[in-house]
Design a protein around this ligand. Sequence first.
Ligand SMILES: Cc1cc2nc3c(=O)[nH]c(=O)nc-3n(C[C@H](O)[C@H](O)[C@H](O)COP(=O)(O)OP(=O)(O)OC[C@H]3O[C@@H](n4cnc5c(N)ncnc54)[C@H](O)[C@@H]3O)c2cc1C
Length: 394
Amino acid sequence: MAETRIVIIGGSIAGLSAAEAARAQDPGCAITLLTEDPHLPYYRQRQCEVLEDRAAAQKLVIHPKEWYTIRGISLRLGQAVTGIDTQERAVALKDGSRLPYDRLVLATGSASVVPPIQGADLPGVETLWTMEDALRIESRLKDARRAIVIGGGLLGLEAAYAFHKRGIDNAILERLPRLMMRQLDERAAELFTRQVEKEGSEVTTGASVAEIYADRAGRAAGVRLADGSQHPADLVLISAGVRARTEILSGSGVAFDRFIQVDQRMRTNVPDVYAAGDCASLDGRWYGLWMVARGQGEAAGHNAAGGQRAYAAKTPPYMVNTMGTHIASAGLTQQEGMTSDEIARAYADVMENSEMFQYAKKLYLNEHLAGFILLGDTRAFSSLNKELAIGGTA
Ligand SMILES: Cc1cc2nc3c(=O)[nH]c(=O)nc-3n(C[C@H](O)[C@H](O)[C@H](O)COP(=O)(O)OP(=O)(O)OC[C@H]3O[C@@H](n4cnc5c(N)ncnc54)[C@H](O)[C@@H]3O)c2cc1C
């Protein structure tokens, strides 16, 4: 019998995990891993290390080239896919060639969103998603004196911290009323913001960006807010979220809205086409997290190679180490997002050391732990997460 041809589009953690799982499930199948990125798959979530030190790019490579050769995984770097033909079962590559498949895994991930801000296309305005982005931004840092980060999510915070470590003054402009709104309650966000400011970043919340203005040479020179205030900068990083890469799916018959819809076995609506990671949503849920992309990629690859694995969709805990502190949060942590019945039954156990910017909150529904926030000291994470898992609310 002819070997099964598995083609995977996307060479980051979802695609790589799919390739590894497919090989484990079927030692005889042919696996091709296509990625438009010219770099060997790397730990994308650690890219801010490259902003601190260019040499870190080497350390972020997940596996050397031989790893793929030994496993019979044909890794094709710098290969952009332009479309897929699910009738003929082939993918079209930018160089004009076509590659036939028996099973296809879509692991095309995310790209940075650039909101429609006037001046967002000026030279000196950056986004950060790929290694090329990180290397390009790093090469500009030696001449930069002040940076503005638009967006105070995790990526924006990590970038601002890297700028600070490089000795570059920086400010974070966050549209929402507080930092890390989904993960931290009001008090924890207040303490965390003080920690961020202690680490050298100015923070403006509720910031509505009106425009990125230019200098006489036509380069970005700063950000003006709707309240008229101006924030000068010679580097502006937009970190305003991501969108799923679905552009190759037009006309393919694969169902997608903002994301590709998959079931628990990571199957799309088209037979033998799977999707995993940041490009996919399962039961309407999307996380944008490394570990989720890895787990979904494993399930997709296993199933593409003939297995029957379901991905257990469970909201993962949130863990962050940045700005000289640690944050862990999981489950229900604040009234926002709770039903009125839950609010009535909720009880919070809070401990705080404001001088150390430390905060621990355990939220109970009846007698059961429903969620927690740990800021500063996260040593209780494992036991609380275990308690939460037993309670079944995570
Ligand atoms: C700076 C930074 C910090 C982060 N920090 C964290 C963190 O602390 N914790 C966390 O959980 N997550 C973090 N993330 C998010 C995490 O990296 C993503 O959730 C994860 O990378 C998603 O993996 P993926 O494989 O689904 O997609 P991606 O990593 O986006 O990879 C998609 C791949 O598909 C390829 N591709 C796309 N379209 C095509 C095409 N048409 N043809 C060929 N190839 C294509 C791309 O080149 C790429 O190789 C961070 C991300 C960044 C950028």
